[in-house]
Design a protein. Structure first.
Length: 269
């Protein structure tokens, strides 16, 4: 092959890569990833920041205040970037959407990395602003038996995903209220379970502070619990999504689960 031919081939490869990098789809996807990273950053910064301030300044925010902060920041960020990235901010939610064919599988790893990176950056920011001792850890650690925290994380993650599925994926719901519904659900969950498990509901929420402060006590609870809860919550909502059809119609020619998956896939096209 002559040098001229090699030069032409290299130029063609360069143009191809340039077209891919600057294509409309690539730009839109990068916007989604950046929105997911920024949204997760501020969710963790505000939520965990309220925990830090409460511990360092003699309970000035109070536990109810912390609960409200978590709900408010999630609501604010959903309305800010939900129309761009879908406002998952949570690897468990992203994976569950993928399982039920409401999110493309090829985008899942990038979304999860963006969420984890946002959490780590927010946690690092908090440790740079404040000199945080180990007893002021702002992550999630089980209080009492790990099994109890696991059960509670499954329950509250189930509720969160059940609500998300209802307000964000069902065309019969009032979509404009999604942010309020999800934010209020998070507030309620923190109120009820916060003193026991920390009410994570989100592997990224737990991993970021744990990595930055190197506190890994009971971390498996927050990897297993939210995943089991969100998948279960998504599955149950999909079971009741089709109650306008008789059960015999859904189960006549195939299994109910297969029929449900087919209908879900059709709804996303």
């Amino acid at each position: 092959m002559s040098s001229k031919e090699m030069s032409a081939m290299e130029e063609g490869m360069f143009l191809t890569v340039k077209q891919i990098c600057y294509s409309s789809d690539a730009v839109k996807f990068m916007q989604k990833v950046i929105a997911e990273l920024v949204g997760t950053y501020f969710v963790i910064f505000a939520g965990c920041g309220s925990v830090v301030v409460n511990k360092l300044y003699d309970g000035i925010i109070t536990f109810p205040g912390i609960s409200v902060v978590w709900g408010l920041i999630c609501m604010v960020m959903i309305y800010s970037v939900g129309h761009i990235s879908g406002a998952h901010f949570n690897p468990a939610v992203t994976i569950t959407f993928c399982i039920f064919r409401r999110f493309p599988m090829k985008q899942v790893p990038v979304y999860v990395v963006a969420q984890l990176l946002g959490s780590v950056l927010a946690s690092e920011t908090l440790t740079l602003v404040w000199d945080i001792p180990r007893d002021a850890f702002f992550g999630t650690v089980p209080v009492g038996p790990a099994s109890r925290s696991l059960v509670l994380e499954i329950i509250i993650s189930f509720l969160l995903m059940f609500v998300v599925s209802g307000v964000a994926t069902d065309s019969r719901a009032i979509g404009e209220l999604a942010g309020i519904a999800v934010g209020m659900t998070i507030t309620l969950n923190v109120f009820v379970v916060g003193p026991i498990s920390g009410a994570s509901m989100n592997p990224a929420r737990t991993l970021g502070p744990a990595i930055v402060m190197r506190v890994y006590d009971g971390i498996w609870v927050y990897m297993v619990g939210p995943m089991l809860g969100t998948v279960s919550g998504g599955f149950v909502y999909n079971l009741i999504r089709f109650t306008d059809k008789p059960l015999s119609e859904l189960t006549r020619s195939s299994s109910f689960v297969k029929s449900m998956s087919k209908s879900t896939a059709t709804a996303t096209l």
